[in-house]
Unconditional design. Structure first.
Length: 122
């Protein structure tokens, strides 16, 4: 009997954790793909150049999406363990993109799980 009660308690706790997981809102965003450090430390409105964004990404810096209003989206994966998203963004480094996916916000940060990505007009 105690084992059955313990299993019921564990399954109830697990169900509570799963239901507490925040749901992302499906959105489409547009912005520039650039190095995360430059987005924060240089106050850029767009990338310096494609070569600069590629160089930083190849050295391991995460690429982000910078919108025209200055908001930054961190591309993330939903998998566990998480996977970096630079490989998906490299073809667009230094360019404007349109991204559709689940958007999450937490503590002033914004992240997007990319479902589709394409080049956008300037």
């Amino acid at each position: 009997m105690p084992l059955a009660r313990n299993l019921l308690l564990i399954s109830s706790l697990f169900a509570g954790l799963v239901s507490a997981t925040p749901a992302g809102d499906q959105k489409t965003i547009q912005g520039w793909v650039l190095d995360s450090a430059c987005a924060f430390t240089k106050g850029l409105e767009k990338p310096v150049s494609r070569e600069c964004a590629l160089s930083c990404a190849h050295k391991g810096s995460p690429l982000v999406i910078l919108q025209d209003d200055g908001s930054i989206f961190w591309p993330i994966s939903e998998s566990t363990p998480a996977e970096g998203q630079n490989s998906r963004l490299l073809p667009y480094a230094g360019k404007r993109v349109t991204v559709t996916g689940k958007v999450y916000s937490k503590g002033g940060s914004q992240a997007v799980v990319i479902e589709t990505i394409s080049a956008a007009g300037k």
